[in-house]
Design a protein around this ligand. Structure first.
Ligand SMILES: C[S@@+](CC[C@H](N)C(=O)[O-])C[C@H]1O[C@@H](n2cnc3c(N)ncnc32)[C@H](O)[C@@H]1O
Length: 208
């Protein structure tokens, strides 16, 4: 956790500005799509349902949260949390918790749905993080991931090379196979949608 925390503490001040072009080029639209999948899983749940975001960062997903959900946002970087805390779009009652995906401070089956966007490229142990998501979401709930992953060959080879730079610089893995990791962690992967030549995947899973 310490390493990741330091990287994002350093990047926090410029994060939203740096991401703005990506948001305009389609990331914002994909966030909206991912959160629509989450909202569908909360429909009909008592009091709007319980929702967990891991790696919430500066709160870039807040504008897309289902309005009635009771949300918890886990994030390891103190600097990212400070920015999320001050976001005007932070949903009322959304609690910010300093935690890594690999060790979530919640009981089994606490949530109806959990999601992460652009997080499992940074998580030190995706296997442990995904197992934690499986644990804290009730059986029959949903886990939604919007992640940049290793695209199919030949582009995948370029991402293998890029990975040699991005890991030492930013602790950011450019060649992860997150849908496979989710399957291995025991989540039932229901749908994988590729976007931007397969660089970004929307991965919709059910907990069993
Ligand atoms: C690229 S940013 C994405 C932030 C936000 N989810 C978004 O979509 O803008 C990656 C985030 O993952 C967080 N992170 C890194 N390692 C993590 C871990 N082990 N568990 C949870 N979050 C982690 C970082 O602190 C950072 O906020």
């Amino acid at each position: 956790m310490a390493q990741n925390r330091h990287v994002y503490d350093r990047l926090a001040a410029g994060y939203d500005r740096a991401m703005r072009p990506c948001e305009r080029l389609g990331l914002g639209r994909l966030r909206r799509r991912a959160l629509a999948e989450v909202a569908a899983a909360l429909e009909g749940r008592p009091r709007g349902g319980r929702l967990l975001e891991v790696g919430a960062g500066t709160g870039a997903n807040f504008p897309f949260y289902p309005p009635s959900a009771r949300a918890a946002c886990a994030e390891p970087s103190r600097e990212m949390i400070l920015r999320a805390r001050d976001k005007a779009a932070r949903p009322e009652g959304a609690g910010l918790v300093r935690a890594v995906a690999e060790r979530l401070p919640f009981g089994d089956g606490t949530f109806d749905a959990a999601f992460a966007t652009l997080v499992f490229c940074s998580v030190a142990s995706p296997a442990e993080g995904l197992a934690e998501l499986r644990r804290v979401v009730r059986a029959g709930g949903r886990v939604v991931l919007l992640e940049h992953v290793r695209p199919p060959a030949p582009l995948g080879y370029a991402f293998d090379a890029l990975n040699l730079l991005t890991v030492p610089l930013f602790e950011d893995h450019f060649n992860r196979r997150t849908a496979e990791e989710a399957r291995r962690a025991g989540l039932r992967v229901e749908r994988v949608e590729g976007h931007l030549l397969g660089v970004i995947e929307l991965i919709v899973c059910r907990t069993v």
